[in-house]
Write a protein that binds this ligand. Structure first.
Ligand SMILES: NC(=O)c1ccc[n+]([C@@H]2O[C@H](COP(=O)([O-])OP(=O)(O)OC[C@H]3O[C@@H](n4cnc5c(N)ncnc54)[C@H](OP(=O)(O)O)[C@@H]3O)[C@@H](O)[C@H]2O)c1
Length: 252
């Protein structure tokens, strides 16, 4: 897979799966724009790990509509085109139904959907305008195994990722005539800060027990699936959802 000279925007590209994806794209000649929300030192450290030059940091909170527009405008101002958008940034807020107040429940749904769904939808809209005018592109969404098997302590998270799956399928159909290919990667439990911060030790142990490999995914394993879907070779896979969950949840 060769991405030489292509301009790639990765939301939440400073840590975890996004960081591994940025590194793998850069190794193959891509020019990467790393979006992140708050952690400047970490974002700078990630940028310094990338092979090649011309990579930039884009500090915007994508849960805010105005900042979504500024992010895409600034990316296009910097590079001229956007060849690949990776909607990777996502949040996961525990809100088990019997354990939270109504306000906490409602806020968890609103906040989760703002980042995991509305941001991805709006960034896809904005990036697609530019891709249509430049003759094509790729949009890759990072969903989750939780969209298929349920998330009992984070139902908004599971629902948001199911919405992302459906959005990717709809856009794959709508954007095909414009040579814009849309794919989704659905990781299982992956060794990143998200897993470390949001899981209790018991949840973590249970998740590992579900894995026939008795381990979680490494971020690089998810990154490789993202790169495959973003490659020229995967054009006819548009609309697909690739599971990267080590056979821990097999859907029919
Ligand atoms: N880890 C897993 O087990 C797992 C499993 C299935 C699916 N996934 C999905 O994979 C994706 C990446 O997960 P991860 O575990 O790699 O995440 P992570 O380690 O928690 O990193 C999240 C990244 O997203 C950025 N971010 C969060 N909210 C943002 C916002 N509003 N605007 C801009 N950037 C924002 C963070 O920036 P700052 O650091 O600056 O705040 C950070 O760079 C997510 O969509 C997640 O749902 C993860």
């Amino acid at each position: 897979m060769n991405f030489k000279g292509l301009h790639i925007l990765i939301t939440g590209g400073a840590r975890g799966i996004g960081k591994a994806t940025a590194i793998e794209f850069a190794k193959r000649g891509a020019i990467v724009g790393i979006n992140y929300k708050s952690d400047d030192a970490n974002a700078l450290a990630t940028k310094q790990l990338l092979s090649g030059t011309q990579h930039h940091l884009f500090k915007y909170d994508i849960s805010i509509k105005e900042q979504q527009k500024e992010l895409i405008d600034q990316f296009i101002h910097t590079y001229g085109t956007i060849d690949v958008l990776v909607n990777n940034a996502g949040i996961s807020i525990p809100h088990a139904l019997e354990e939270v107040s109504f306000d906490q429940w409602a806020d968890a749904w609103t906040n989760t959907f703002q980042t995991n769904v509305f941001a991805a939808a709006n960034l896809s809209y904005l990036a697609a305008q530019q891709m249509i005018s430049s003759g094509g592109g790729r949009i890759i969404n990072v969903s989750s195994r939780g969209s298929f098997r349920g998330e009992p302590t984070k139902p908004a998270y599971g629902a948001s990722k199911a919405a992302l799956n459906a959005m990717g399928q709809s856009l794959a159909k709508r954007l095909a005539p414009h040579q814009i290919y849309v794919g989704t990667v659905a990781p299982g439990f992956t060794e990143t800060d998200m897993g470390a911060v949001t899981l209790t030790p018991i949840e973590r142990e249970n998740l590992l027990r579900e894995s026939p490999f008795k381990r979680m995914a490494q971020p690089e394993e998810v990154a490789h699936a993202i790169l495959f879907l973003a490659s020229k070779e995967a054009a006819y896979c548009s609309g697909t959802i690739i599971d990267v969950n080590g056979a821990s949840y097999l859907r029919s």
